[in-house]
Design a protein around this ligand. Sequence first.
Ligand SMILES: C[S@@+](CC[C@H](N)C(=O)[O-])C[C@H]1O[C@@H](n2cnc3c(N)ncnc32)[C@H](O)[C@@H]1O
Length: 315
Amino acid sequence: MLPREVVELLAPKAGETYVDCTAGLGGHAALVGPLVGASGRVVLNDVDDGNLGKAAAAVRRACGDACPELVTIRGNFAELPHALGGLHGGQGIRADMVLADLGFSSNQVDDPARGLSFRLDGPLDMRLDPSLKLSAADMVNGLPEAELARILRDYGEERHAGLVARKLVQARKETPILTTARLAEVVRSVLSGRSGPASIDPATRSFQALRIAVNDELGSLQALLAAVLRGASGSAGRGTGSGSWLGTGARVAIISFHSLEDRLVKRAMEEVASRGVGEVLTRSPAMADEPEQRANPRSRSAKLRAVRIDGALGV
Ligand SMILES: C[S@@+](CC[C@H](N)C(=O)[O-])C[C@H]1O[C@@H](n2cnc3c(N)ncnc32)[C@H](O)[C@@H]1O
């Protein structure tokens, strides 16, 4: 997503450390890896073990004989600053560039077993991290109606959240809702004929909302942004060795796909600037150009923002 814009904003230099919070299939890491070169370092993090392996392979392929030091970490990026602090015998690793490209990768949404897509029938799961306790089926069949409505409204911007939640509760009394096809059918039965763009499946917003809730996507993002603010202020934070996890001059870029996410990112980056510990690099968010939007419809909602961390007293 937004490959040229990401590389321009991160401005990688030989010997630097790149930390990819959401390695995915390694698309961005494979662009940055050759630019930091053999004297640099690439840290790949993802909740999805399978993707982590694919990303590492993509970086190796792209870098050939000049591969940077490659570190892979399986986990939520909310914990990443802490994990970085424990590396290299507890001395920690300091990032010169950080990227978080939020959400899911194409292979995840195309895998029916993950239950992320209303286009493919599969178990109603939606967990990107298999170690999470609650699946989407647990939520849809177990949460009170009012909580379901809140999730649909807040995370999916579903205008008919109350009606959909009521119908879900009625439907689950008849038979538990255990598959993506059944969830999509129930949601569509409420929304068909109601106003909304004809090009968008009425189930889209409910699926997005549940995915955000199941994976606590906003909670993880808030934790990462809090760590950026702590890092920008030179604070070590919990268990991060001595000093910040962000080097002086570090560039932090975040791609979000939802107005709630973008608002959090915008606010945190402005806070870095207002505390006088860094500068926002994107006055307005960078968006995908026409060809990228045509090639990848999901890029239409992508917003890229970046900030440079100058640090408190260059800690
Ligand atoms: C949009 S993809 C990243 C694509 C990647 N930038 C590329 O170029 O291939 C998002 C990835 O982030 C991972 N992910 C989502 N939320 C995460 C979290 N809180 N912590 C760690 N990884 C996460 C997903 O498993 C997925 O692999």
